[in-house]
Design a protein around this ligand. Structure first.
Ligand code: F6P
Length: 334
């Protein structure tokens, strides 16, 4: 058998643990199988850029952030039929029996489209997909995305650091969080760090009420602003400053963006173990000649049945909807 591994979309911690699990499990259990990395994600598949992987390459990789294979965003892949056909054909021509993918919802949708072409044209490759994204917005019905908890760890550190300065200077910090439309990252880092407020993407913010909450705080205040909330940090700051002046609230405001710092760096132990577990399960199933599917898990040892790619790719709800119970949870802890 011949296996390929591809990491797609934005890099995230846990992708390397996933790669390591696939390579090690495969070569330990069936050494006659060859494993190839697709260099630079979907672009590498288009360019037939594959690299043979060995167990030695995997040394020291488990906790390293990013992806050693590289990744690219190829937005045209969503609509360009020629591109899709070429990639499906490249997988077949290269002789891959399985392609193991770790990526975001763009990668999940692309995998589903390629899988349909492969089936329609009787090509050989099966595609097994796992969710890799700090946004936690990839079909959440059976588990969370690899990388999400690592990004939360970084966010929590940054929010604690900013608290030191906020409290020393009696300042309000507006802190922008990545997370795209889904806002899981901003909401969960808000809950974990005890921030005063999290502005959700579609929040209809009552800035006067917010000013009251800030005025009631003795020293430090932090407001987390979700990436997709339409106002810039400077616009929010200007609006609040006007209210502070009118109501004689003495509080300086500063703004910072956690941005890409949330995405890089060390992988949390939860993500290392879960990415490894998912990779291990995928390889075991591939040895049993399984069909294409979407693999995830809530915890190491959790083995929900793989979902058909089409069902997982159609799960639009979890892309940008946070369940009400999480919002209630945040409000209860404020
Ligand atoms: O999907 C992960 C993510 O970091 C999002 O939170 C953010 O919107 C986006 O990627 C940024 O992407 P890029 O690296 O292409 O600028």
């Amino acid at each position: 058998m011949k296996f390929g591994i591809l990491t797609g979309g934005g890099d995230c911690p846990g992708m390397n643990a996933f790669i390591r699990a696939i390579v090690r499990t495969t070569l330990n259990l069936r050494p006659q199988t060859s494993v190839w990395g697709v260099v630079d994600g979907w672009k590498g598949l288009l360019d037939n850029n594959f690299r043979r992987m060995t167990k030695m390459d995997m040394a020291g990789l488990a906790s390293r952030g990013g992806t050693i294979l590289g990744t690219t965003r190829v937005p045209e892949l969503a609509t360009d039929k020629d591109l899709q056909e070429t990639m499906a054909r490249n997988l077949h021509d290269a002789g891959f029996n399985y392609l193991f993918v770790c990526g975001g919802n763009g990668s999940l949708k692309a995998s589903n489209v390629l899988d349909q072409i492969i089936k329609r044209e009787g090509l050989r490759t099966k595609i097994l997909v796992s969710p890799g994204s700090i946004d936690n917005d990839v079909c959440n019905t059976q588990g969370s995305s690899i990388g999400f908890y690592s990004a939360l760890d970084k966010s929590l550190d940054m929010l604690e650091w900013i608290r030191d300065t906020a409290s020393s200077h009696r300042r309000l910090y507006l802190v922008r969080s990545m997370g795209r439309k889904s806002a899981y990252l901003s909401l969960f880092s808000g809950i974990a760090s005890g921030a005063e407020f999290v502005i959700m993407p579609n929040e209809n913010v009552n800035f006067d009420d917010l000013a009251t909450t800030i005025a009631e705080r003795d020293r430090d205040s932090r407001i987390i602003v979700s990436e997709s909330y339409p106002k810039t940090l400077e616009e929010i700051r200007a609006e609040l400053e006007q209210i502070f002046e009118r109501r004689n609230i003495k509080r300086e405001i500063r703004a910072v963006d956690m941005g890409y710092f949330q995405r890089g760096g060390k992988t949390s132990v939860t993500d290392i173990l879960r990415a490894s577990w998912i990779g291990y399960r995928m390889v075991q199933d591939a040895f049993e000649s399984c069909d294409s599917g979407f693999y995830t898990a809530y915890y190491t040892g959790h083995s929900p049945a793989p979902m058909p790619l089409a069902d997982a790719a159609a799960d639009e709800a979890s892309y940008d909807t946070i369940p009400q119970e999480f919002l209630d949870f945040m409000l209860a802890l404020r």
